[in-house]
Design a protein around this ligand. Structure first.
Ligand SMILES: [Zn+2]
Length: 148
């Protein structure tokens, strides 16, 4: 598999490739009882891949979503940083900050989306230290484990 960095992603619902940003969708939900944001996913912008609003409501969750084009680039990064800032102030609460950070990495770090497929293998083999996210390191993971 070869993904175009920051322009293509793997759909968290169907596992297929999201071919271009306008085909993609960022979605999550709020647990109504606790006002906790959770369930962050990058999916195809089509009914078969997106959360079903009715199902979420039955689970006492409110759907939230944004077009991928709104969360890419410097404007998108600024949006996420602001959300993190608000969470420190208690305006938003996230079930897991780690979940949101993973989404930010996938949308903003070149080659991360593809390198993450091999992340655990690279860690296990000592090929990756788990804390470097520069392009050369991520490309090396793809080349070593993804067949070049
Ligand atoms: Zn899909």
């Amino acid at each position: 598999m070869k993904l175009i960095p920051l322009k293509q992603w793997i759909c968290d619902s169907c596992g297929g490739v999201i071919e271009k940003p306008t085909d993609g969708w960022l979605e999550w939900y709020t647990e109504k009882d606790k006002s906790l944001d959770s369930g962050f996913r990058i999916v195809h912008h089509r009914e078969s891949c997106m959360y079903n609003d009715m199902t979420l409501n039955q689970q006492n969750r409110s759907p939230c979503d944004l077009s991928l084009s709104l969360v890419l680039g410097s404007g998108g990064l600024g949006y996420f940083l602001f959300e993190l800032e608000l969470s420190e102030k208690g305006v938003h609460k996230f079930a897991s900050i780690k979940e949101l950070i993973e989404i930010i990495r996938r949308l903003h770090l070149p080659y991360y989306e593809e390198a993450r497929l091999y992340w655990n293998d690279a860690l296990r083999d000592g090929f990756h230290d788990g804390c470097s996210f520069d392009e050369n390191t991520l490309l090396a993971i793809i080349q070593n484990y993804g067949g070049g």
